[in-house]
Design a protein around this ligand. Sequence first.
Ligand code: NAG
Length: 441
Amino acid sequence: MTNFSTIYKLSLVAVICFIEACSSSLVLECWFVQDKAGRGGGLTGATSQEKSLLHIQADAHGLSSESRPAPSDINPDRVYFITDPAATLRHRSLNPPRGSIQKPRCEINPFLPQPSTLKWVAALTDSALSPVYLQADWFSTTFQGLNKQLGISTITRAPTGSKEHDVILSVTTKTVSVQSRLGEPVLLDCGFWANPSSPLSGSGFAVEWRYQFRGHGRLVLAYDGKTDRMADAQEEGAMLDFQALHEKGNASLTLPEAKVRHSGTYICTVFLPYLLVQVAVELEIVEPPSLSIHPSPLPLVAPGQTLTVQCEASGFAPLSLELSWEFKGADGKSRTLGSGSATGHRQAWDSTYSQSTRLEIDTSKLDLGRGGEVTCVAVHSGGTRRASTTLSVIGFSTPSVEDSMAMVGVALVLYGLIKFVSWTFTSSGSDEADKPDKKEK
Ligand SMILES: *[C@@H]1O[C@H](CO)[C@@H](O)[C@H](O)[C@H]1NC(C)=O
């Protein structure tokens, strides 16, 4: 029954491939990297690097080395033919259009199968398997897609001396780099496929997630799929979906609530007896700051006075932050007031950062008119945040044009009034003085 379904799946894959016209194999350039055995005596990290070429196809038919001449800059001994029944490597991100300059990244290393001593893996090699199967050429290959989100690692096997490899185990992540806000659930994708035709599949697997940051590492979670046992989970809340793991090879890790200390590299390792493959996922927790301005509201200022405003940015991660000030006058025009004087950063209990900046507003140097809006601007990788407050200047040091016009108007009216009054008085006075004169006449 299982054989039947496997055959069915394989033929389905073959049919799909045929429909998608994938009868031509995928060709990938790859770096063949191995330790310089015997040379460089004791020099650590001495490796040799050679260009190599991979022809990848879903089924072994049509893979013939004679029909495909190797490019002149590649040693014909470094041309390999890989059968990938699950078509894991047939991903758009590994298939750049012809002539594109960007190429997916690929590296091959020789691999030595060996039993693992890890507590949650050891059970896999309890019953020793035929060493004949292990005596072969084994390669470990890592691929990184053009979209920077796809990472695949495979273990392939070829009979000794042959260059026709079969994928035995592959591990894929579709989330090579993940960003999350604080407090949100995080999914770190990881899935594996084990070649059912290999004697190493079907006798159990194990999964391990490790965390690494700046040279420190720790175990997040480990699961022995053979005995269905969890090793001590060291990260509270970290979860695997065991049903999806056993049914579909879905080894994705879920962190229920992102915290700043979760930022770092997560390595998903899948073990079969004698084999292991890993992919890395980068997690960054990015949280923009919350801003507050003090004092708020701002006190009224008179012209010539100096006012100090402070802006506090808190709860942000990662550390890098740019704080500055802006002023928007009554005329609606904005201008910058500079960055003020920033304080050093502090780290809170939840590892988020806070930082503040202080601005001295000298109304005798800045032409702020009647006032306007003072805004604190924080530029952060998680987004730009702003906080504003109103600044009111009372009284005016220099009268405006309207004020001058009004003053001239008032002066004219006053002048007219005085003139009128004095004229009325002098004229009426002379009238009364005239009357007796008239009477006397
Ligand atoms: C794997 O499982 C996670 C939940 O643990 C789910 O969100 C994700 O979609 C699954 N991936 C696939 C390819 O099924």
